[in-house]
Write a new protein. Structure first.
Length: 98
C-alpha cells in the first residue's frame, strides 16, 4: 500500500512531495504491517467471490489486513471500501471517510 500511495502522490502532486511522504514513512509516522501467505490466499478468495466488482489486489489485501487487525474505519476515496462486506454472513462493512 505504501507503493500505491507513493505513486499516487508522485503522479498527482509531484516527485518531491512523494519523497517527503517516503521519509515520513521511514521515520515511523505510520505502522507498517507485513502481509502473509495466508493474507494473500484470503485476498485471492475475495477477488474470486467479488468478480462483479473491479477490486484490485491492493484493495483485497487491504480488506484482509484491516479485518485481521480489527480496523473498522478507512480514510479513502476508493468506493470499493464501501462495497466490500465481511464477517460470517458478510453483514459488516467498513466505516469510510470522507
Amino acid at each position: 500500500m505504501v507503493i500505491e500511495a507513493w505513486l499516487l502522490i508522485r503522479n498527482k502532486i509531484g516527485y518531491h512531495p512523494a519523497l517527503e511522504f517516503l521519509e515520513r514513512i521511514r521515520g515511523g509516522a505510520v505502522q507498517i504491517v507485513e502481509i502473509s501467505a495466508l493474507d494473500l490466499e484470503k485476498s485471492a478468495q475475495i477477488l474470486a467471490s467479488y468478480q462483479d466488482q473491479p477490486f484490485s489486489l491492493v484493495d483485497a489485501v487491504s480488506f484482509v489486513v484491516m479485518e485481521r487487525m480489527n480496523v473498522t474505519h478507512a480514510f479513502t476515496f476508493d468506493a470499493h471500501f464501501r462495497v466490500y462486506r465481511f464477517g460470517a454472513k458478510r453483514e459488516r462493512g467498513f466505516t469510510v471517510v470522507p
